[in-house]
Design a protein around this ligand. Sequence first.
Ligand code: GRF
Length: 187
Amino acid sequence: MKQISIFASGMGSNAKNIIEHFRHDPYTNINLIICNNKNAGVLKIAEQEDIPYLMVKKSELEKPFELICLFKNRKIDLIVLAGFLLKIPSELIQAFPILNIHPSLLPKYGGKGMYGTHVHHAVLENNERVSGITIHRVNEVYDKGEILLQKEVTIATGETAKTLQNKIHKLEHQYYPVVIAEILKEI
Ligand code: GRF
């Protein structure tokens, strides 16, 4: 049985979608949710789904030795970032494979400050014709790990950050679990 830990800071629609995708998979278990925001929607999802969650502070993540021990004890195979806003320390990157999803076509609109609707506003302000999603491995350089999958969406006339976000979320929900399943086969 492969064990996943999902890290999320926000609404948690990707976390929920991943949980639903693997619910009936006898070989994959969502073992633990890590969150740094007590108001995050993902906490409600964890409760509804009866999945244990752990709140972490920035300082705990910066010195992640206890966290790494916990993950080793829980036999975590893969960490999946789903809208997690704190920086992942290199100790964790070296200890576990980590995936991330980003709501743009990296390397465009990646890096510091590029999260949530900031990304979509920047894309629209630059009059881009397409945007999309990037699923990538996490390495020490922010938003620069090996790209595993990218999918595009066309930007319509009159597109707003909100409508673009909805389109992007649909793509994320369609492809993130599929890529996770592929990566789990290699672990
Ligand atoms: C997603 O758009 C993802 O690409 C980004 O953060 C957002 C999280 O959304 N990393 P949700 O909390 O899963 O709804």
